[in-house]
Design a protein. Structure first.
Length: 351
């Protein structure tokens, strides 16, 4: 059997396991962690496969800068159709909505609720661009519906990720154990309980060690790419978003903000829209109506009114070689942080 088939089979198996975990999410203790673990293996396999893969792409998505593959069917802008936008970015852009549309999606019946929340409990999301003010209006990414509204409008969901939950639980168990140990001589029964507590603590501790162990697999929930930044990214529950996608979201705006930003006479976009000269962008979802607002991505203005520079340029070629430069060594995942720590401690002792 060819080595690529091997990888394909293994990846398929891992993917199936992942699906099962997601399906049975509520049955499995620490499902988030187990998913994270499987994702780790998938990432490692994908990267090994990528190194063997001789796939080339000559073009990047104009927005996310990721290579575009044949099957992507990108949107084509620019004079010669040479400016491409990948389907993932198009989807991300369409998910930014005004408060009225969000309220309708979520079946919130008292108008103004979402706007009020943007000024209140949701304010922390501004730094991640999941909410943003465009002139007088709040624009909201639809994931806020999942992480806040459908999750019972609890503020803790915005502050606690699954990682925080594991860490909190670990701290709690450690406190319990300490207390029980103090009572040990008074209540002899406690012995077995302390024992089982110890096992749980060890389990959680090793998970926390692995999560914190350097460059590990986190995917952007938006574009599905592995995050390149070091450390633990910002999570809302299980949702996370990369810097590039944040930027794309932040470039969705109301027509009035766009006109102001690019020095167009007020009302230009609405006028051209009603004259039917923006149909192309509407079809792609780059310009869309949200409640009484018209929202568009910055690229529309650049393409329609500013003529993006499309002079011939040498485009970088993506190959397995350039793509894996950033990658982690494939054995990294087996070297979890705790193993690494043990090795270092042993070395320390030998000195
Ligand atoms: Zn893209
Ligand atoms: Zn992303």
């Amino acid at each position: 059997m060819h080595i690529m088939d091997d990888y394909d089979q293994r990846l398929k198996d891992l993917q199936a396991t992942l699906e099962t975990l997601i399906d049975k999410y509520d049955l499995l203790p620490d499902a988030s962690y187990q998913i994270f673990s499987i994702e780790g293996e998938i990432r490692s396999f994908e990267q090994r496969k990528e190194r063997l893969n001789l796939r080339f792409s000559r073009i990047d998505c104009h927005l996310c800068k990721q290579p575009i593959w044949n099957e992507d069917e990108p949107a084509k802008l620019g004079d010669k159709g040479s400016i491409l936008i990948c389907p993932r970015c198009l989807c991300t852009i369409k998910q930014v909505k005004g408060t009225t549309e969000i309220e309708r999606d979520l079946e919130i019946n008292s108008p103004g609720t979402v706007k009020q929340d943007c000024e209140g409990p949701l304010k922390t999301l501004q730094s991640e661009f999941l909410i943003r003010k465009s002139e007088k209006f709040w624009l909201i990414h639809e994931v806020v519906g999942e992480i806040y509204y459908r999750a019972g409008r609890r503020k803790t969901n915005l502050l606690n990720s699954w990682i925080d939950e594991i860490i909190n639980r670990l701290n709690q168990l450690q406190e319990q154990k300490k207390f029980m140990e103090g009572m040990r001589t008074l209540i002899p029964d406690l012995h077995t309980q302390i024992f089982s507590l110890q096992a749980q603590i060890q389990d959680l501790q090793s998970k926390v060690d692995r999560i914190k162990g350097g460059r590990i697999p986190y995917r952007c929930s938006q574009c599905n790419l592995w995050l390149k930044e070091n450390g633990i990214p910002t999570f809302f529950g299980n949702y996370t978003i990369c810097e590039q996608c944040k930027k794309i979201i932040s470039e969705v705006m109301t027509t009035s903000e766009a006109e102001k930003k690019h020095g167009l006479p007020k009302g230009t976009i609405r006028r051209d829209n009603s004259r039917g000269s923006l149909e192309k962008y509407k079809k792609l979802g780059l310009l869309r109506q949200s409640g009484s607002l018209w929202l568009l991505h910055d690229i529309v203005i650049l393409d329609k009114y500013k003529r993006i520079e499309t002079k011939e340029q040498v485009l970088p070629v993506h190959s397995s070689a350039t793509m894996s430069k950033e990658s982690i060594p494939s054995d990294l995942l087996s070297r979890s942080a705790s193993i690494y720590k043990q090795v270092m401690e042993r070395k320390q002792l030998e000195k």
